[in-house]
Ligand binder design. Structure first.
Ligand code: 5RP
Length: 242
């Protein structure tokens, strides 16, 4: 392997530690993003070296494509059913292991897959660990029909939760709106800090044009935080609460 940057060393270390949790016969959810891509590579290496028999569902087309290119078989989530373990990245991790996800626009499938899993393990580098969620833009997946009306409704929700004046922008790439794997748009909410993530999540998801938001609350069981020196720190809710 070519030499990794300190940031990639941290991501790879988290991925290696996460893949060490995989056991023969497991049904796995494979996350999306650059850290998840390290995990998929390390997983493919273990499968090849150890002949593991796994059943894998991917949280995005990009992850499915990468996994297949490395010889992993990807199945539809509904063909597998419930999963034993999902390994995914995150954009922010707070002390209760609540997350912001969706930087890669895959939050909807990621949340469905994580919630279909007995255990969700997040892999991240130290830059993702925060005291309060919200410095990272909160992604909200909305259907294209009437999206500007939905955006206005999102702004009203923010007003009610005393988050008035925050920017809500449709995510663009190369001059075109980003489309999720489900053909939806992403609204990015610049909130700075989210004082009550649960109230915000419920209020956003109650809007008719909102499909899902990027707050993953009470879903993550373990966060593996990679360090630039290649070591890892494991965070669980219990340990943080002590
Ligand atoms: C994709 C995600 C990713 O897990 C998140 O954006 C982290 O990505 P990366 O590992 O590249 O920093 O939620 O929707």
């Amino acid at each position: 392997m070519t030499e990794l940057s300190p940031a990639d060393t941290a991501k790879n270390a988290a991925a290696v530690a996460a893949v060490a949790l995989v056991e023969d016969g497991m049904r796995l959810g494979l996350g999306t993003g650059s850290t998840a891509a390290f995990m998929v590579r390390r997983l493919a290496e273990r499968v090849q070296a150890e002949g593991l028999h796994l059943r894998c569902a991917a949280t995005s087309q990009a992850t499915a494509d990468l996994a297949k290119s490395l010889g992993l078989k990807i199945e539809a989530l509904d063909d597998i059913g419930w999963l034993d373990l999902t390994l995914d990245g995150a954009d922010e991790v707070d002390p209760d292991l609540n997350l912001i996800k969706g930087g890669g626009a895959a939050l909807l499938r990621e949340k469905i897959v994580a919630c279909a899993s007995a255990r969700m393990v997040v892999m991240a580098d130290g830059a993702k660990v925060v005291e309060t969620l919200g410095a990272f833009l909160l992604p909200v997946e909305v259907i294209p029909f009437g999206w500007q009306t939905t955006r206005q409704l999102v702004l009203r929700v923010l007003d009610k939760l005393e988050l008035e004046g925050r920017a809500v922008t449709r995510r663009m790439h190369a001059g075109a709106p980003v489309l999720t794997d489900e053909g939806n748009f992403i609204l990015d909410l610049a909130l700075e800090a989210i004082p009550d993530p649960a109230a915000l999540s419920v209020a956003l998801n109650a809007l008719p044009g909102v499909v899902e938001n990027g707050l993953f609350l009470g879903i993550c069981d373990l966060a593996i935080i990679g360090q630039p020196d290649g070591s890892v720190v494991e965070l669980t809710v219990e340990e943080i609460a002590e």
